[in-house]
Design a protein around this ligand. Structure first.
Ligand code: ADP
Length: 500
Protein backbone atom coordinates (compact mmCIF):
# COMPACT_ATOMS: atom_id res chain seq x y z
CA UNK A 1 0.00 0.00 0.00
CA UNK A 2 1.22 3.43 -0.77
CA UNK A 3 1.74 5.59 2.21
CA UNK A 4 0.78 8.90 0.58
CA UNK A 5 -2.84 9.88 0.91
CA UNK A 6 -5.45 9.91 -1.77
CA UNK A 7 -5.62 13.67 -2.33
CA UNK A 8 -1.87 13.79 -2.98
CA UNK A 9 -2.13 10.90 -5.36
CA UNK A 10 -5.03 12.56 -7.13
CA UNK A 11 -3.07 15.80 -7.55
CA UNK A 12 -0.14 13.92 -8.97
CA UNK A 13 -2.24 12.08 -11.51
CA UNK A 14 -4.02 15.28 -12.47
CA UNK A 15 -0.75 17.16 -12.89
CA UNK A 16 0.60 14.36 -15.00
CA UNK A 17 -2.39 14.69 -17.35
CA UNK A 18 -4.02 11.30 -16.80
CA UNK A 19 -7.42 11.71 -18.52
CA UNK A 20 -9.71 9.46 -16.47
CA UNK A 21 -9.24 8.29 -12.89
CA UNK A 22 -11.55 5.62 -11.57
CA UNK A 23 -12.10 5.72 -7.83
CA UNK A 24 -13.46 2.35 -7.00
CA UNK A 25 -14.97 2.80 -3.56
CA UNK A 26 -18.03 2.69 -1.36
CA UNK A 27 -16.73 5.68 0.54
CA UNK A 28 -18.21 8.37 -1.70
CA UNK A 29 -18.25 11.09 0.93
CA UNK A 30 -14.66 10.52 1.90
CA UNK A 31 -13.65 10.36 -1.76
CA UNK A 32 -15.33 13.70 -2.49
CA UNK A 33 -13.53 15.29 0.46
CA UNK A 34 -10.21 14.07 -0.91
CA UNK A 35 -11.08 15.24 -4.41
CA UNK A 36 -11.99 18.69 -3.11
CA UNK A 37 -8.73 18.82 -1.23
CA UNK A 38 -6.86 18.00 -4.41
CA UNK A 39 -8.89 20.48 -6.47
CA UNK A 40 -8.61 23.76 -4.63
CA UNK A 41 -7.49 25.78 -7.62
CA UNK A 42 -9.77 24.28 -10.19
CA UNK A 43 -13.31 24.39 -11.34
CA UNK A 44 -15.16 21.38 -10.09
CA UNK A 45 -17.97 19.92 -12.15
CA UNK A 46 -20.01 17.23 -10.58
CA UNK A 47 -22.71 14.96 -11.91
CA UNK A 48 -24.84 12.41 -10.10
CA UNK A 49 -28.23 10.84 -10.59
CA UNK A 50 -29.67 12.40 -7.49
CA UNK A 51 -28.28 15.93 -7.79
CA UNK A 52 -27.88 16.40 -11.51
CA UNK A 53 -25.21 18.74 -12.72
CA UNK A 54 -23.39 21.19 -10.46
CA UNK A 55 -20.51 23.53 -11.08
CA UNK A 56 -18.30 24.81 -8.29
CA UNK A 57 -15.60 27.34 -8.61
CA UNK A 58 -13.08 27.47 -5.82
CA UNK A 59 -15.47 25.11 -4.09
CA UNK A 60 -18.33 27.63 -4.03
CA UNK A 61 -21.32 26.28 -5.84
CA UNK A 62 -21.96 28.49 -8.86
CA UNK A 63 -25.00 26.83 -10.22
CA UNK A 64 -26.79 23.56 -10.30
CA UNK A 65 -29.16 22.10 -12.83
CA UNK A 66 -31.53 19.68 -11.12
CA UNK A 67 -31.33 16.04 -11.95
CA UNK A 68 -34.65 15.76 -13.71
CA UNK A 69 -33.50 18.19 -16.37
CA UNK A 70 -29.94 17.09 -16.59
CA UNK A 71 -29.23 13.52 -17.49
CA UNK A 72 -25.61 12.64 -18.05
CA UNK A 73 -26.20 12.50 -21.77
CA UNK A 74 -27.66 16.01 -21.69
CA UNK A 75 -24.55 17.32 -19.99
CA UNK A 76 -22.39 15.78 -22.63
CA UNK A 77 -24.60 16.96 -25.48
CA UNK A 78 -24.86 20.53 -24.27
CA UNK A 79 -21.18 21.01 -23.42
CA UNK A 80 -18.34 20.94 -25.90
CA UNK A 81 -15.16 19.23 -24.68
CA UNK A 82 -13.57 22.70 -24.46
CA UNK A 83 -16.14 23.68 -21.84
CA UNK A 84 -14.39 21.25 -19.52
CA UNK A 85 -11.09 23.08 -19.83
CA UNK A 86 -9.36 23.70 -16.52
CA UNK A 87 -11.80 21.64 -14.59
CA UNK A 88 -12.19 18.52 -12.67
CA UNK A 89 -15.19 16.52 -13.81
CA UNK A 90 -16.49 14.16 -11.13
CA UNK A 91 -19.02 11.58 -12.25
CA UNK A 92 -20.77 9.80 -9.43
CA UNK A 93 -22.78 6.62 -10.09
CA UNK A 94 -20.21 5.97 -12.78
CA UNK A 95 -20.88 2.28 -13.26
CA UNK A 96 -24.39 2.99 -14.54
CA UNK A 97 -23.23 5.80 -16.81
CA UNK A 98 -20.65 3.47 -18.31
CA UNK A 99 -23.33 0.99 -19.28
CA UNK A 100 -24.59 3.39 -21.90
CA UNK A 101 -22.60 3.20 -25.15
CA UNK A 102 -23.40 6.79 -26.15
CA UNK A 103 -22.12 8.15 -22.83
CA UNK A 104 -19.03 6.01 -23.25
CA UNK A 105 -18.48 7.49 -26.70
CA UNK A 106 -18.73 11.03 -25.31
CA UNK A 107 -16.30 10.21 -22.54
CA UNK A 108 -13.90 8.75 -25.05
CA UNK A 109 -14.04 11.93 -27.11
CA UNK A 110 -13.32 13.96 -24.00
CA UNK A 111 -10.47 11.65 -22.99
CA UNK A 112 -8.87 12.02 -26.42
CA UNK A 113 -9.06 15.82 -26.07
CA UNK A 114 -7.47 15.62 -22.64
CA UNK A 115 -4.72 13.41 -23.96
CA UNK A 116 -3.95 16.06 -26.55
CA UNK A 117 -3.77 18.96 -24.14
CA UNK A 118 -7.17 19.88 -22.74
CA UNK A 119 -6.70 20.66 -19.05
CA UNK A 120 -9.24 18.43 -17.43
CA UNK A 121 -9.40 15.27 -15.37
CA UNK A 122 -12.44 13.05 -15.31
CA UNK A 123 -13.00 11.20 -12.05
CA UNK A 124 -15.32 8.25 -12.12
CA UNK A 125 -16.71 7.33 -8.75
CA UNK A 126 -18.43 4.04 -8.04
CA UNK A 127 -18.24 1.02 -5.77
CA UNK A 128 -18.62 -1.13 -8.88
CA UNK A 129 -15.76 -1.36 -11.28
CA UNK A 130 -16.87 -1.41 -14.88
CA UNK A 131 -14.40 -0.54 -17.55
CA UNK A 132 -15.69 -0.46 -21.13
CA UNK A 133 -13.15 -1.69 -23.64
CA UNK A 134 -13.29 1.67 -25.46
CA UNK A 135 -12.01 3.51 -22.40
CA UNK A 136 -9.53 0.93 -21.21
CA UNK A 137 -6.48 2.88 -22.33
CA UNK A 138 -7.65 6.14 -20.79
CA UNK A 139 -8.61 4.89 -17.36
CA UNK A 140 -6.37 4.60 -14.31
CA UNK A 141 -7.86 2.84 -11.31
CA UNK A 142 -7.20 4.37 -7.93
CA UNK A 143 -8.04 2.51 -4.80
CA UNK A 144 -8.96 4.40 -1.66
CA UNK A 145 -6.13 3.31 0.53
CA UNK A 146 -6.77 1.59 3.78
CA UNK A 147 -5.96 3.26 7.06
CA UNK A 148 -2.63 2.47 8.63
CA UNK A 149 -2.55 1.03 12.13
CA UNK A 150 -1.39 4.41 13.42
CA UNK A 151 -4.29 6.26 11.75
CA UNK A 152 -6.78 3.73 13.07
CA UNK A 153 -5.40 4.17 16.55
CA UNK A 154 -5.87 7.92 16.20
CA UNK A 155 -9.47 7.40 15.04
CA UNK A 156 -10.27 5.23 18.05
CA UNK A 157 -8.63 7.74 20.33
CA UNK A 158 -10.68 10.57 18.83
CA UNK A 159 -13.83 8.55 19.20
CA UNK A 160 -13.03 7.96 22.88
CA UNK A 161 -12.40 11.66 23.42
CA UNK A 162 -15.66 12.61 21.76
CA UNK A 163 -17.67 10.19 23.84
CA UNK A 164 -15.58 10.59 26.98
CA UNK A 165 -14.72 6.91 27.17
CA UNK A 166 -11.49 5.72 28.68
CA UNK A 167 -9.52 3.02 26.94
CA UNK A 168 -6.35 1.24 28.03
CA UNK A 169 -3.26 1.32 25.84
CA UNK A 170 -3.29 -2.43 25.33
CA UNK A 171 -6.93 -2.48 24.26
CA UNK A 172 -6.34 0.47 21.95
CA UNK A 173 -3.46 -1.35 20.31
CA UNK A 174 -5.37 -4.60 20.01
CA UNK A 175 -8.42 -2.87 18.54
CA UNK A 176 -6.35 -0.94 16.02
CA UNK A 177 -4.77 -4.17 14.84
CA UNK A 178 -8.15 -5.83 14.51
CA UNK A 179 -9.61 -2.93 12.57
CA UNK A 180 -6.96 -3.19 9.87
CA UNK A 181 -8.55 -3.69 6.47
CA UNK A 182 -11.62 -1.64 7.30
CA UNK A 183 -12.23 1.88 6.06
CA UNK A 184 -12.62 4.96 8.20
CA UNK A 185 -16.39 5.00 8.06
CA UNK A 186 -16.66 1.27 8.71
CA UNK A 187 -14.47 1.66 11.77
CA UNK A 188 -16.60 4.54 12.97
CA UNK A 189 -19.83 2.60 12.60
CA UNK A 190 -18.46 -0.42 14.46
CA UNK A 191 -17.22 1.81 17.27
CA UNK A 192 -20.64 3.45 17.47
CA UNK A 193 -22.36 0.07 17.51
CA UNK A 194 -20.09 -1.20 20.28
CA UNK A 195 -20.52 1.97 22.29
CA UNK A 196 -24.31 2.04 21.93
CA UNK A 197 -24.48 -1.51 23.24
CA UNK A 198 -22.57 -1.07 26.47
CA UNK A 199 -21.70 2.62 26.83
CA UNK A 200 -18.01 1.76 26.71
CA UNK A 201 -15.38 0.03 24.62
CA UNK A 202 -14.09 -3.20 26.07
CA UNK A 203 -12.41 -6.43 25.10
CA UNK A 204 -15.83 -8.05 24.56
CA UNK A 205 -16.25 -5.75 21.55
CA UNK A 206 -13.47 -7.65 19.79
CA UNK A 207 -16.01 -10.30 18.82
CA UNK A 208 -18.19 -7.63 17.24
CA UNK A 209 -15.23 -6.24 15.34
CA UNK A 210 -14.39 -9.71 14.10
CA UNK A 211 -17.95 -10.37 12.94
CA UNK A 212 -18.25 -7.03 11.20
CA UNK A 213 -14.93 -7.47 9.53
CA UNK A 214 -15.88 -10.97 8.48
CA UNK A 215 -19.02 -9.57 6.85
CA UNK A 216 -17.19 -6.81 5.08
CA UNK A 217 -14.61 -9.22 3.76
CA UNK A 218 -17.32 -11.60 2.61
CA UNK A 219 -18.97 -8.74 0.76
CA UNK A 220 -15.76 -8.16 -1.14
CA UNK A 221 -16.71 -11.45 -2.76
CA UNK A 222 -13.29 -12.97 -3.12
CA UNK A 223 -11.89 -13.23 0.36
CA UNK A 224 -13.41 -14.90 3.35
CA UNK A 225 -12.22 -14.52 6.90
CA UNK A 226 -12.20 -17.86 8.63
CA UNK A 227 -12.52 -18.21 12.40
CA UNK A 228 -9.51 -19.91 13.93
CA UNK A 229 -10.34 -23.19 15.60
CA UNK A 230 -7.67 -25.62 14.52
CA UNK A 231 -4.15 -25.61 15.95
CA UNK A 232 -1.02 -27.67 15.31
CA UNK A 233 -2.28 -30.08 17.98
CA UNK A 234 -5.13 -31.03 15.67
CA UNK A 235 -2.76 -32.34 13.01
CA UNK A 236 -1.61 -35.92 13.30
CA UNK A 237 1.80 -36.47 11.71
CA UNK A 238 3.21 -34.02 9.15
CA UNK A 239 6.01 -33.39 11.64
CA UNK A 240 8.42 -31.85 9.14
CA UNK A 241 5.86 -29.31 7.99
CA UNK A 242 4.83 -28.53 11.56
CA UNK A 243 8.42 -27.90 12.59
CA UNK A 244 8.93 -25.63 9.58
CA UNK A 245 5.80 -23.66 10.44
CA UNK A 246 7.00 -23.25 14.01
CA UNK A 247 10.20 -21.70 12.72
CA UNK A 248 8.27 -19.26 10.55
CA UNK A 249 6.04 -18.46 13.53
CA UNK A 250 8.99 -16.98 15.36
CA UNK A 251 9.39 -14.49 12.51
CA UNK A 252 5.67 -13.82 12.02
CA UNK A 253 5.21 -13.15 15.72
CA UNK A 254 8.19 -10.81 15.93
CA UNK A 255 7.99 -9.00 12.62
CA UNK A 256 9.51 -5.72 13.72
CA UNK A 257 12.53 -7.30 15.38
CA UNK A 258 12.95 -9.77 12.51
CA UNK A 259 12.90 -6.96 9.95
CA UNK A 260 15.37 -4.89 11.94
CA UNK A 261 17.63 -7.93 12.08
CA UNK A 262 17.46 -8.22 8.28
CA UNK A 263 15.17 -11.23 8.03
CA UNK A 264 13.00 -11.23 4.87
CA UNK A 265 9.27 -11.56 5.44
CA UNK A 266 8.30 -15.15 4.77
CA UNK A 267 6.50 -15.55 1.45
CA UNK A 268 4.60 -18.68 2.21
CA UNK A 269 4.32 -22.34 1.43
CA UNK A 270 2.76 -24.53 -1.21
CA UNK A 271 1.31 -27.72 0.19
CA UNK A 272 0.36 -30.25 -2.42
CA UNK A 273 -0.77 -33.82 -2.29
CA UNK A 274 -3.35 -36.42 -1.51
CA UNK A 275 -6.84 -35.11 -0.66
CA UNK A 276 -8.05 -35.41 2.90
CA UNK A 277 -4.59 -35.63 4.44
CA UNK A 278 -4.36 -32.34 6.30
CA UNK A 279 -3.46 -29.63 3.79
CA UNK A 280 -6.36 -27.33 4.64
CA UNK A 281 -5.90 -28.23 8.26
CA UNK A 282 -2.31 -27.02 8.05
CA UNK A 283 -3.36 -23.70 6.49
CA UNK A 284 -5.77 -23.10 9.35
CA UNK A 285 -3.33 -24.22 12.01
CA UNK A 286 -0.66 -21.92 10.56
CA UNK A 287 -2.82 -18.86 11.19
CA UNK A 288 -3.48 -19.95 14.79
CA UNK A 289 0.18 -20.60 15.30
CA UNK A 290 1.17 -17.19 13.91
CA UNK A 291 -1.66 -15.57 15.88
CA UNK A 292 -2.92 -13.72 12.79
CA UNK A 293 -6.21 -13.68 10.86
CA UNK A 294 -6.86 -16.31 8.22
CA UNK A 295 -8.19 -15.16 4.86
CA UNK A 296 -9.29 -17.66 2.29
CA UNK A 297 -9.15 -16.61 -1.33
CA UNK A 298 -11.73 -18.08 -3.62
CA UNK A 299 -9.92 -18.15 -6.93
CA UNK A 300 -13.01 -19.38 -8.76
CA UNK A 301 -14.79 -16.16 -7.91
CA UNK A 302 -12.01 -13.95 -9.16
CA UNK A 303 -13.15 -14.26 -12.72
CA UNK A 304 -15.39 -11.37 -13.75
CA UNK A 305 -17.20 -10.76 -16.96
CA UNK A 306 -15.94 -7.29 -17.75
CA UNK A 307 -12.60 -6.41 -19.24
CA UNK A 308 -10.04 -6.08 -16.50
CA UNK A 309 -12.49 -7.13 -13.82
CA UNK A 310 -10.68 -10.34 -12.88
CA UNK A 311 -7.34 -8.59 -12.57
CA UNK A 312 -9.01 -5.89 -10.56
CA UNK A 313 -10.60 -8.48 -8.28
CA UNK A 314 -7.21 -10.04 -7.66
CA UNK A 315 -5.66 -6.64 -7.06
CA UNK A 316 -8.38 -5.77 -4.60
CA UNK A 317 -8.11 -9.06 -2.77
CA UNK A 318 -4.37 -8.58 -2.48
CA UNK A 319 -4.78 -4.98 -1.33
CA UNK A 320 -7.26 -6.08 1.31
CA UNK A 321 -5.00 -8.90 2.49
CA UNK A 322 -2.08 -6.47 2.66
CA UNK A 323 -4.19 -4.02 4.64
CA UNK A 324 -5.11 -6.74 7.10
CA UNK A 325 -1.56 -8.12 7.28
CA UNK A 326 0.08 -9.70 9.14
CA UNK A 327 -2.21 -12.50 8.07
CA UNK A 328 -2.30 -15.88 6.40
CA UNK A 329 -3.75 -15.84 2.90
CA UNK A 330 -4.96 -19.31 2.10
CA UNK A 331 -5.29 -19.99 -1.59
CA UNK A 332 -7.34 -23.12 -1.72
CA UNK A 333 -7.27 -25.53 -4.65
CA UNK A 334 -4.68 -23.56 -6.49
CA UNK A 335 -4.74 -25.90 -9.46
CA UNK A 336 -8.41 -25.15 -10.10
CA UNK A 337 -7.76 -21.45 -10.24
CA UNK A 338 -5.02 -21.74 -12.76
CA UNK A 339 -6.43 -24.47 -14.94
CA UNK A 340 -6.36 -23.50 -18.59
CA UNK A 341 -3.20 -21.40 -18.41
CA UNK A 342 -1.43 -20.86 -21.66
CA UNK A 343 -4.52 -21.92 -23.61
CA UNK A 344 -6.13 -19.95 -26.40
CA UNK A 345 -9.29 -17.86 -26.11
CA UNK A 346 -10.57 -15.08 -23.85
CA UNK A 347 -10.99 -17.14 -20.69
CA UNK A 348 -7.60 -18.77 -20.92
CA UNK A 349 -5.91 -15.44 -21.61
CA UNK A 350 -7.46 -13.88 -18.55
CA UNK A 351 -6.34 -16.85 -16.45
CA UNK A 352 -2.83 -16.58 -17.81
CA UNK A 353 -2.73 -12.85 -17.05
CA UNK A 354 -4.15 -13.40 -13.57
CA UNK A 355 -1.61 -16.05 -12.93
CA UNK A 356 1.17 -13.73 -14.07
CA UNK A 357 -0.06 -11.02 -11.72
CA UNK A 358 -0.23 -13.45 -8.84
CA UNK A 359 3.29 -14.67 -9.50
CA UNK A 360 4.66 -11.15 -9.71
CA UNK A 361 3.01 -10.29 -6.45
CA UNK A 362 4.40 -13.42 -4.78
CA UNK A 363 7.84 -12.62 -6.12
CA UNK A 364 7.89 -8.97 -5.06
CA UNK A 365 5.77 -9.19 -1.94
CA UNK A 366 7.13 -7.03 0.85
CA UNK A 367 4.18 -7.26 3.22
CA UNK A 368 3.73 -9.90 5.92
CA UNK A 369 1.01 -11.75 4.02
CA UNK A 370 1.94 -15.39 4.47
CA UNK A 371 0.51 -17.36 1.58
CA UNK A 372 -0.50 -20.95 2.14
CA UNK A 373 -1.47 -22.40 -1.20
CA UNK A 374 -2.97 -25.87 -1.20
CA UNK A 375 -3.37 -28.14 -4.19
CA UNK A 376 -4.46 -31.71 -4.73
CA UNK A 377 -3.14 -32.18 -8.18
CA UNK A 378 0.23 -30.67 -8.79
CA UNK A 379 0.32 -32.11 -12.30
CA UNK A 380 -2.03 -29.33 -13.29
CA UNK A 381 0.13 -26.57 -11.84
CA UNK A 382 2.20 -24.45 -14.20
CA UNK A 383 5.92 -25.07 -13.67
CA UNK A 384 6.65 -21.34 -13.13
CA UNK A 385 4.80 -21.55 -9.87
CA UNK A 386 7.12 -24.18 -8.57
CA UNK A 387 10.26 -22.23 -9.31
CA UNK A 388 12.40 -20.91 -6.48
CA UNK A 389 11.55 -17.48 -5.18
CA UNK A 390 7.78 -17.87 -5.30
CA UNK A 391 7.23 -19.90 -2.18
CA UNK A 392 9.69 -20.38 0.63
CA UNK A 393 9.08 -24.08 0.43
CA UNK A 394 6.97 -26.69 -1.33
CA UNK A 395 5.78 -29.67 0.67
CA UNK A 396 3.96 -32.72 -0.44
CA UNK A 397 1.56 -34.54 1.75
CA UNK A 398 1.11 -38.25 1.18
CA UNK A 399 -1.11 -40.83 2.83
CA UNK A 400 -0.33 -41.00 6.56
CA UNK A 401 2.15 -43.62 7.74
CA UNK A 402 1.30 -46.03 10.54
CA UNK A 403 2.60 -43.85 13.35
CA UNK A 404 0.77 -40.85 11.89
CA UNK A 405 -2.46 -42.77 11.63
CA UNK A 406 -2.14 -43.70 15.29
CA UNK A 407 -1.87 -40.03 16.12
CA UNK A 408 -4.83 -39.10 13.90
CA UNK A 409 -7.02 -41.72 15.62
CA UNK A 410 -5.95 -40.35 18.96
CA UNK A 411 -6.77 -36.77 17.97
CA UNK A 412 -10.23 -37.58 16.69
CA UNK A 413 -11.15 -39.84 19.61
CA UNK A 414 -9.89 -37.28 22.08
CA UNK A 415 -12.04 -34.63 20.45
CA UNK A 416 -15.24 -36.63 20.70
CA UNK A 417 -14.90 -39.35 23.34
CA UNK A 418 -11.90 -38.50 25.54
CA UNK A 419 -13.16 -40.83 28.27
CA UNK A 420 -12.99 -43.88 25.98
CA UNK A 421 -9.46 -43.25 24.78
CA UNK A 422 -7.68 -45.26 27.47
CA UNK A 423 -9.56 -48.40 26.45
CA UNK A 424 -8.69 -48.09 22.77
CA UNK A 425 -5.83 -49.98 21.14
CA UNK A 426 -4.51 -47.27 18.86
CA UNK A 427 -1.71 -49.46 17.49
CA UNK A 428 -4.17 -52.02 16.24
CA UNK A 429 -6.27 -49.33 14.56
CA UNK A 430 -3.24 -47.75 12.91
CA UNK A 431 -2.13 -51.15 11.67
CA UNK A 432 -5.54 -51.89 10.17
CA UNK A 433 -5.76 -48.68 8.17
CA UNK A 434 -2.95 -48.78 5.63
CA UNK A 435 -4.00 -46.59 2.67
CA UNK A 436 -6.55 -44.57 4.67
CA UNK A 437 -6.39 -40.78 4.57
CA UNK A 438 -6.79 -38.53 7.61
CA UNK A 439 -10.31 -37.72 6.45
CA UNK A 440 -11.05 -41.49 6.13
CA UNK A 441 -9.89 -42.01 9.70
CA UNK A 442 -12.01 -39.13 10.93
CA UNK A 443 -15.09 -40.59 9.27
CA UNK A 444 -14.33 -44.06 10.69
CA UNK A 445 -14.20 -42.55 14.18
CA UNK A 446 -17.43 -40.63 13.63
CA UNK A 447 -19.21 -43.74 12.30
CA UNK A 448 -18.17 -45.94 15.17
CA UNK A 449 -19.28 -43.36 17.72
CA UNK A 450 -22.65 -43.09 16.02
CA UNK A 451 -23.06 -46.87 15.87
CA UNK A 452 -22.22 -47.23 19.57
CA UNK A 453 -24.79 -44.58 20.40
CA UNK A 454 -27.48 -46.10 18.21
CA UNK A 455 -26.95 -49.54 19.79
CA UNK A 456 -27.24 -47.88 23.19
CA UNK A 457 -23.75 -48.80 24.37
CA UNK A 458 -22.02 -46.59 26.92
CA UNK A 459 -18.55 -46.54 25.41
CA UNK A 460 -16.79 -46.88 22.06
CA UNK A 461 -14.38 -49.82 21.85
CA UNK A 462 -11.56 -50.87 19.55
CA UNK A 463 -13.90 -53.49 18.15
CA UNK A 464 -16.46 -50.85 17.15
CA UNK A 465 -13.83 -48.88 15.33
CA UNK A 466 -12.40 -51.95 13.60
CA UNK A 467 -15.89 -52.84 12.43
CA UNK A 468 -16.32 -49.45 10.92
CA UNK A 469 -12.87 -49.64 9.30
CA UNK A 470 -13.96 -52.82 7.52
CA UNK A 471 -17.02 -51.07 6.20
CA UNK A 472 -15.11 -48.10 4.85
CA UNK A 473 -13.32 -48.01 1.54
CA UNK A 474 -9.98 -46.32 1.95
CA UNK A 475 -8.87 -43.54 -0.32
CA UNK A 476 -6.13 -45.65 -1.84
CA UNK A 477 -8.65 -48.35 -2.68
CA UNK A 478 -10.61 -45.79 -4.63
CA UNK A 479 -7.72 -43.96 -6.28
CA UNK A 480 -4.58 -46.07 -5.97
CA UNK A 481 -3.26 -45.25 -9.46
CA UNK A 482 -3.35 -41.44 -9.27
CA UNK A 483 -1.92 -41.47 -5.76
CA UNK A 484 1.04 -43.55 -6.83
CA UNK A 485 1.61 -41.44 -9.89
CA UNK A 486 1.51 -38.31 -7.76
CA UNK A 487 4.00 -39.71 -5.29
CA UNK A 488 6.42 -40.51 -8.10
CA UNK A 489 6.13 -37.02 -9.47
CA UNK A 490 6.79 -35.41 -6.12
CA UNK A 491 9.86 -37.51 -5.64
CA UNK A 492 11.08 -36.62 -9.14
CA UNK A 493 10.61 -32.93 -8.39
CA UNK A 494 12.39 -33.30 -5.07
CA UNK A 495 9.61 -31.66 -3.11
CA UNK A 496 9.98 -32.06 0.60
CA UNK A 497 7.86 -34.63 2.29
CA UNK A 498 5.71 -33.01 4.99
CA UNK A 499 6.06 -36.16 7.08
CA UNK A 500 9.28 -37.62 8.42
P1 ADP B 1 -7.02 -31.65 2.44
O1 ADP B 1 -5.66 -32.26 2.48
O2 ADP B 1 -7.83 -32.19 1.31
O3 ADP B 1 -7.00 -30.18 2.52
P2 ADP B 1 -8.20 -31.51 5.04
O4 ADP B 1 -7.07 -30.91 5.75
O5 ADP B 1 -9.35 -30.63 4.73
O6 ADP B 1 -7.73 -32.23 3.72
O7 ADP B 1 -8.73 -32.76 5.86
C1 ADP B 1 -10.10 -33.06 5.99
C2 ADP B 1 -10.39 -33.50 7.41
O8 ADP B 1 -9.75 -34.74 7.65
C3 ADP B 1 -9.81 -32.55 8.42
O9 ADP B 1 -10.72 -31.57 8.78
C4 ADP B 1 -9.47 -33.46 9.58
O10 ADP B 1 -10.58 -33.62 10.42
C5 ADP B 1 -9.14 -34.76 8.93
N1 ADP B 1 -7.68 -34.91 8.74
C6 ADP B 1 -7.02 -34.96 7.58
N2 ADP B 1 -5.69 -35.08 7.79
C7 ADP B 1 -5.51 -35.08 9.12
C8 ADP B 1 -4.36 -35.17 9.96
N3 ADP B 1 -3.12 -35.29 9.45
N4 ADP B 1 -4.55 -35.11 11.29
C9 ADP B 1 -5.79 -35.00 11.82
N5 ADP B 1 -6.90 -34.93 11.08
C10 ADP B 1 -6.79 -34.97 9.74
Amino acid sequence: MEAINLSDRLSRYMDAGFPILYLNTFEEKLAIEQIQKAATTQKLIQWSYADGYSVYSLLKKEYQVPAERESFLNVMEVNEPDDFDRSLFVIKDAATVLEDPVSVAYLKELAIKISSGLECTVILLSPILRIPKELENFITILEMEYQTEEEIRQDIQNFCWDYEISISDTLLKEMALNFKGLTKSEIFSILSLAYSGSGELSRTDMKLIFEQKQQKIRKSGILEMIPLKETLEDIGGLEVLKKWLQKKAVVMKNLKQAEAFGVDFPKGVLIAGVPGCGKSLSAKAAASLFEVPLLRMDMGRLMGKYVGESEENLRKAIALAEAISPCVLWVDELEKAFAGIGGIGGGAEVTTRLFGNFLTWMQEKKSPVFVVATANDILKLPPELLRKGRFDEIYYVGLPKEEERRHIFEIHMKKRRPGDLSGINLDELAHATDGYSGADIESVVKDSIESAFVSKRTAVTTKDILASIHQTHSLSEIMREPIEQMKKLYEQNKFKNASV
